[in-house]
Design a protein around this ligand. Sequence first.
Ligand SMILES: CC(C)(COP(=O)(O)OP(=O)(O)OC[C@H]1O[C@@H](n2cnc3c(N)ncnc32)[C@H](O)[C@@H]1OP(=O)(O)O)[C@@H](O)C(=O)NCCC(=O)NCCS
Length: 157
Amino acid sequence: MTPYTLSELTLDDLPQMVLIESLCYDFGWSEKIFADCLTTGREMGYRCWKIEVAQEMAGYLIFQLVSDEATLLNVALHPGQQGKGVGKMVVEEALRAAGEGGATRFYLEVRPSNRRAIDLYLALGFVKSGLRRDYYPAAVGREDALLLTKPLEKIST
Ligand SMILES: CC(C)(COP(=O)(O)OP(=O)(O)OC[C@H]1O[C@@H](n2cnc3c(N)ncnc32)[C@H](O)[C@@H]1OP(=O)(O)O)[C@@H](O)C(=O)NCCC(=O)NCCS
């Protein structure tokens, strides 16, 4: 397992976030969306984590926690850091943090074509809970979003 550390994302991380996003997605988040997450998003329960491997930014995970619901908004690792177990561990940490924060359900949306991510979420106990038609932009037309949900144990700290 590759060792990694988590810390709070800051506005200084924006250039690297935009770079990793562009390497991971054809239709990714813009710099403005990331900047909003890091500023106003915090008032809306956004948790914004920077993932570092060997003191270098390797990726990020952003989720929202409101009352008893958590939603994964974005997780991405630099292609050079994918497939080493880091993504799975970090999503597990988000599930734990959401449970500790009072969430009883964790939601996410994923492209049906993103087999790797879907396999990861199913391995972590997510179940398919719905489909949003024509949700994502795609090279041709639009792509549906698969909704996945995982019930969480409410953890009292
Ligand atoms: C999705 C993502 C966060 C997963 O993180 P990761 O560190 O690459 O994944 P891990 O190494 O922790 O592997 C977790 C599971 O993914 C699958 N997986 C990982 N590498 C894989 C590969 N090269 N090929 C196929 N499946 C793979 C396996 O099912 C693995 O489970 P295992 O532990 O039983 O082997 C990462 O690949 C990524 O950033 N992808 C691009 C952005 C993205 O798609 N984000 C998700 C949007 S919903």
